[in-house]
Design a protein around this ligand. Structure first.
Ligand code: ADP
Ligand code: MG
Length: 479
């Protein structure tokens, strides 16, 4: 039987796994846990969504039990996990807290850029067991001597290839110089370029290598289509021709929730401003956004206040959005693996999805490797002649405006705010009907509420003048 019972896990972890509904280990977990629980170094490769976080977190938590049995008193740093992006670090911290909920007193801290460093320093001083960080900010702390990693027991590099792609090599090499020599090191990466091989040689000790073949990439639940952008036979196609075709397709599809992927951040901004100019409501995620703006865009997309999100691949990493029904590739991505990643944003949780890829006529041959990788045919459509259609007329009755918008509230979980408090204030003092209120998302220090556009002004002024949980709070429309 394929269950967690076959591993020697503590009772408390078994209980947590059962509570989370993790009834059987995923392939990467099944193959790596026996080695990791014995403390062996490991290199692991398997697809996104295959459960790598738990594969390294379970052994890490077990080790914590033996090295540090009284977490409430022993406050030394035990483990460092390096990830490429802030979103990912937050997601990983969340998964560790979930799996570690029976480890009473466990302190996990995300340490990433994009937020002020001061509170991180304070938190680190108080004592943290597991730091989940991005290389840039971890390097910062090491230089300021506000983080000491010389006595950690466990090191994890998660998505090592992404960290390399994002230019963190030098920073990583610097971080490696501060590590203790005796430690348990786990490295996960989707690909193994030579730099990562050499990282492994310099920081790992006789690692086992586990590769889960990507047959799991097969995505029969996603219908893949490619549309040739006219005019035919063109090598490169004009931005406007692409845009027209996309508008035409979106109008037909009328998606509830759609991510449009572009290859470069300049394209994300160009597309965003062009769509806004012609009156289509969209949000965009790209590397230049400040963290608070990213949070707002993502919250608005999650709660369906915006139906179209434009994103670069890097910016989209780690964003946790369920059930996107449509993915548009505004251009073919630069690598086949990225294509698989992108379309994997749809067709989740048993639902079906569609991916629509815009290509130039000469790019048709580039579809074959994508078909091979996904194990599915891509339907090719040509001859959609939009030459004589104007942008304005294609966008005219595009119904892509959402009925909802989003209120931003400057208080969150750490201010003891709960969904019921917000709901209570809106339905009580502000006199708003429950059905006008959508998803309420509470983060640590901020919250977002989806609210029908019909009553958003009323809600805003009601909350501005009134109180939430007996307190004045900062409220804005998140734009
Ligand atoms: P990866 O890092 O490989 O991309 P994650 O660790 O983020 O994947 O896991 C993807 C999802 O699968 C998460 O929502 C996680 O909670 C869930 N998950 C992980 N392991 C299991 C399991 N054994 N059974 C059920 N769900 C799991
Ligand atoms: Mg992961």
């Amino acid at each position: 039987m394929n269950t967690f019972e076959t591993f020697h896990l503590s009772d408390k972890l078994k209980t947590v796994l059962a509570e989370l509904g993790y009834s059987s280990p995923t392939p990467i977990q099944a193959q790596s846990l026996p080695h990791l629980l014995q403390g062996r170094d490991l290199i692991g490769q398997s697809a996104t969504g295959s459960g790598k976080t738990a594969a390294y977190t379970l052994p890490l938590l077990e080790r914590l039990d033996s090295d540090c049995p009284d977490l409430q008193r022993q406050r030394g740093l035990q483990a460092l996990i390096l990830c490429p992006t802030r979103e990912l670090a937050l997601q990983v911290s969340g998964e560790i807290r979930k799996l570690g909920k029976k480890h009473i007193g466990l302190k996990v801290l995300p340490v990433t850029g994009g937020v002020p460093i001061g509170p991180q320093i304070v938190a680190l001083e108080k004592g943290i067991h597991i730091v989940v960080g991005t290389p840039g900010r971890i390097g910062d702390h090491l230089r300021r001597n506000t983080l000491e990693i010389a006595s950690i027991r466990t090191l994890v590099l998660d998505e090592a290839d992404r960290m390399l792609e994002m230019g963190f090599q030098e920073e990583m090499d610097f971080i490696f110089t501060r590590l203790p020599s005796a430690r348990h090191t786990m490295l996960f990466s989707a690909t193994f370029p030579t730099t990562i091989e050499s990282w492994s040689r310099s920081i790992q000790n006789d690692p086992v290598r586990i590769v889960i073949e990507p047959e799991t990439l097969s995505r029969p639940d996603i219908e893949q289509r490619a549309y040739v952008v006219e005019p035919l036979h063109a090598d490169r196609v004009d931005f406007n021709d692409r845009l027209k075709l996309m508008l035409y397709l979106l109008k037909e599809r009328d998606p509830a929730s759609c991510i449009v992927f572009v290859n470069f951040k300049a394209d994300a901004s160009a597309l965003e401003s062009e769509l806004k100019r012609i009156g289509v409501s969209v949000g965009a995620l790209h590397g230049d956004l400040e963290q608070p703006d990213r949070e707002r865009v993502m919250a608005r997309f999650r709660n369906r206040s915006i139906r179209i999100l434009i994103a670069t691949d890097v910016a989209a990493r780690g964003i946790d959005v369920e059930s996107v029904d449509t993915v548009v590739n505004f251009e073919l991505p630069l690598k086949p693996e990225i294509y698989v990643h992108r379309i994997g944003r749809t067709g989740r949780a048993g639902r079906s999805g569609i991916s629509m890829t815009l290509i130039a006529a000469k790019q048709v041959e580039k579809l074959a490797p994508l078909e091979q990788l996904t194990g599915m045919k891509i339907l090719i459509q040509k001859g959609l002649d939009l030459k004589n259609r104007k942008l304005a007329d294609l966008s005219a009755d595009l119904k892509l405006d959402s009925e909802m918008e989003t209120l931003f509230i400057g208080a969150g979980r750490k201010n003891k705010l709960r969904p019921g408090d917000i709901l209570g204030a809106l339905t009580g003092e502000c006199g708003i009907a429950g059905e006008e209120i959508g998803k309420i998302e509470i983060q640590d220090y901020i919250s977002f509420v989806a609210i029908s556009k019909r009553v958003s002004r009323k809600a805003l002024s009601g909350l501005e003048t009134g109180r939430v949980k007996g307190r004045r709070v900062r409220v804005e429309l998140a734009r």
